[in-house]
Write a protein that binds this ligand. Structure first.
Ligand code: MN
Length: 158
């Protein structure tokens, strides 16, 4: 039986053990985004999974106390699981309290932002399409629309 195609297509088995608290073997600790490319604060990125045989990436982001991700939207979805701590997130026009192991989905084109509390870090896993559109930042008109809601206005960081 010729299994050469199977062999060619099979990814090598891998194990990436957690080597330190939420630091994985062979995974670089990176900046969240290029400095100056978008507003964010005190957040790191690790790409845990990125293999062309599955059209998705799994990343781990961790925010220091008071940190926040960029307020943005895009066509691609996110599936997010809080892995460490607790905090809050904006999804569309709602602000949610999120706790460890909660799952949050971010629909296409929903404005979203994650914030750690001021006194503790928060980390989350995020699954996305490997090929995806570039995030959009809010225009002044978008911000006006978001700030029409008092809870959203108090929450967002730009
Ligand atoms: Mn996003």
């Amino acid at each position: 039986m010729d299994t050469s195609d199977d062999k060619k297509n099979a990814a090598p088995p891998t194990l990436r053990p957690e080597q330190d608290d939420r630091r994985w073997a062979g995974v670089d600790l990176m900046q969240y985004k290029q400095e100056g490319s978008a507003p964010f604060r005190d957040i790191t990125r690790q790409v845990l999974f990125d293999d062309p045989q599955l059209a998705a990436q799994m990343r781990y982001f961790e925010m220091a106390p008071g940190g926040y991700s960029t307020l943005e939207r895009h066509q691609h979805m996110h599936a997010v699981m809080i892995l460490r701590g607790h905090g809050r997130c904006l999804v569309g026009n709602r602000v949610f309290e999120v706790n460890e192991h909660d799952l949050v989905t971010i629909p296409a084109l929903a404005w979203h932002q994650f914030r750690a509390p001021d006194d503790a870090p928060m980390g989350f896993l995020c699954v996305v399409n490997a090929v995806r559109d570039k995030p959009q930042l809010p225009t002044p008109a978008d911000l006006d629309a978001l700030r029409a809601d008092a809870a959203t206005a108090a929450f967002i960081r730009t």
